[in-house]
Design a protein around this ligand. Sequence first.
Ligand SMILES: CC(C)(COP(=O)(O)OP(=O)(O)OC[C@H]1O[C@@H](n2cnc3c(N)ncnc32)[C@H](O)[C@@H]1OP(=O)(O)O)[C@@H](O)C(=O)NCCC(=O)NCCS
Length: 124
Amino acid sequence: MQVTCGTDIIEINRIQKSIEEMGERFLERVYTPQEIAYCESKKMQKYQHYAARFAAKEAVFKALSEQLKDKYAIEWRNIEVLNTLQGKPKIDLLGIEIPSIKSMDLSISHCKTYAVANVVMLID
Ligand SMILES: CC(C)(COP(=O)(O)OP(=O)(O)OC[C@H]1O[C@@H](n2cnc3c(N)ncnc32)[C@H](O)[C@@H]1OP(=O)(O)O)[C@@H](O)C(=O)NCCC(=O)NCCS
C-alpha cells in the first residue's frame, strides 16, 4: 500500500477568463453537470468554486502514480468534486474504475485571488 499526495494552486482570474472567453465549451469539457450547478449556485463567488474544482482535479492527477496515469486515460470530467451535507468536498471517479485506489481525500481552500486543493490517496 502506498500513500500519495497531490497539490495544486490556481489564480481565480485564469479560470474566470477561460469561462468568459470559451463559455459552455470550457465548462462542459472540464466540469460535470452537478459541479456546474454547485458553482452557479454561488452567484458572484462562482469563479472561486470553479477554480477550486479545477485545482482539485489537477491535484488528483498529481496524486495518481505514473503507472496508473499510463494505464487509464483520465479526463477532467472523470473526476467529480461534490460536497457532503456538512460541506466537506469529496472526489468521485465517474465512468472509470481504478480498483487499486483504496481511498481518496480532498481539502479545498479559496480566497479572492487563489484557490488551492490537496489530495491524499491510498493506492494498493
Ligand atoms: C467550513 C470552513 C472550514 C470553511 O473555511 P473558510 O475559511 O470559510 O473557507 P475556505 O475557502 O478555506 O474553504 C472553503 C472550502 O471548505 C470546504 N469545506 C466546507 N465545509 C467543510 C467541512 N465541514 N469539512 C471540510 N471542508 C469543508 C469546501 O470544500 C469549501 O469550498 P467549496 O464550497 O468550493 O467546496 C469554515 O467555515 C468552518 O466552519 N470552520 C470551522 C472553524 C472552527 O470550528 N474552528 C474551531 C477551532 S478548530
